[in-house]
Design a protein around this ligand. Structure first.
Ligand code: SF4
Ligand code: SF4
Length: 335
């Protein structure tokens, strides 16, 4: 038996009131194949039994899903730690009250792509900044401890420090930081949001510096595609898609060859225990004799596949940064 995953993400719906230009699952319409409430409860029982740390409900927008409060309440009933990622724009006092009743210990994340209307609404759509800020304030007032979910892209990385100021003003103490990867709708918008490798190096280094500066004031949850720690896909993380298919990371949503199985056919625990990440997500050859391989493992697998087209390529910006930090000569890179 393998170690259970730490976090399992679950795409509860693809329905969404927004049309963010980076959205990995191209959310908008409800999928015809969504798991039923009973199927969701069965997965939750299985995950509780496995001993995972948290079940992270994502979308689409979870608050448009009619049975969301039943699912949240079931998590409380069986003692499974839940997280919910929302765009925050539909949140009102009624939702806060229902949430408190259904699951007062759920960890809430609200997406924000910048500290200004301009930066945020470019990605998430007109009017979304104001509504998300109102939502965050309501969560704070309601006694939740929301996390701002922030994805670094070409437009916003230079303004990352302003996100910290905004979080502090809003009474938010936690920020999750991720990196833009061109998947789903992100493929069409990569000309605005993606960067070349050298700019990614600058962006990642800048974000790390800002995090370091504020680490005593804010709790940061940093995706390993920024920290440079080994990719967790299929190792301590998996995502269950809206139709029950399981992928090692949500970024492989459209790569059927990487599917681990479907929970409509087998319990998640069985799928997880028969999965071998070394086989499905192989190490690039260049990494095999690298002295840093154990602490790096080639970087983000989704970056390898979606930016360079193959797992044969390492995550070049992270590789460059690590080698630079370790004092390796970078002459051969020609940068
Ligand atoms: S530092 Fe570069 S070559 Fe070494 S393991 Fe990481 S990505 Fe691979
Ligand atoms: S593929 Fe990238 S985004 Fe997905 S778990 Fe690995 S490092 Fe994180």
């Amino acid at each position: 038996m393998r170690q259970p995953p730490k976090i399992v993400e679950f795409e509860i719906t693809t329905a969404c009131n927004l049309r963010c230009i980076h959205c990995y699952c191209m959310a908008g319409k409800k999928s015809s194949n969504e798991l039923t409430t009973e199927e969701i409860k069965r997965v939750m029982d299985d995950l509780k039994e496995m001993g995972i740390w948290a079940f992270d409900i994502v979308g689409g927008e979870p608050f448009v899903k009619p049975d969301i409060f039943e699912v949240l309440s079931y998590g409380k009933e069986i003692g499974l730690q839940l997280m919910i990622n929302t765009n925050g724009t539909l949140v009102d006092r009624r939702i806060i009250e229902k949430l408190k009743e259904a699951n007062p210990t759920v960890m809430v994340g609200v997406s924000l792509e910048g500290a200004t209307q301009e930066l945020n609404d470019f990605v998430r759509g007109k009017g979304s900044f104001e509504k998300a800020i109102r939502g965050i304030k309501l969560f704070v007032e309601g006694g939740f401890d929301p996390v701002i979910l922030h994805v670094i892209n070409k437009m916003n990385w230079r303004h990352f420090e302003k996100m910290i100021d905004l979080a502090k003003k809003l009474g938010v103490k936690k920020i999750y930081v991720d990196r833009f990867i061109p998947v789903g709708r992100g493929v069409q918008s990569k000309k605005y949001l993606d960067m070349d490798d050298r700019e990614w190096v600058a962006a990642i280094e800048h974000v790390r510096d800002v995090i370091n500066k504020y680490k005593d004031e804010i709790t940061f949850y940093i995706e390993e595609n920024i920290t440079g720690d080994p990719c967790t896909a299929g190792r301590s993380h998996a995502s269950i898609l809206v139709d029950g298919n399981v992928v090692p990371c949500g970024h492989f949503r459209y790569n059927k060859e990487l599917y681990m199985g479907n929970i409509r056919e087998k319990p998640f625990s069985e799928i997880w225990n028969s999965y071998d990440p070394e086989k499905s997500l192989p190490l690039p050859e260049v990494c095999s004799d690298c002295p840093f391989v154990k602490s790096c493992y080639g970087g983000c697998k989704a970056v390898s596949l979606h930016r360079y087209g193959s797992f044969e390529k390492q995550d070049i910006p992270l590789c460059y940064i690590r080698r630079k930090e370790k004092g390796f000569s970078l002459k051969s890179w020609g940068w």
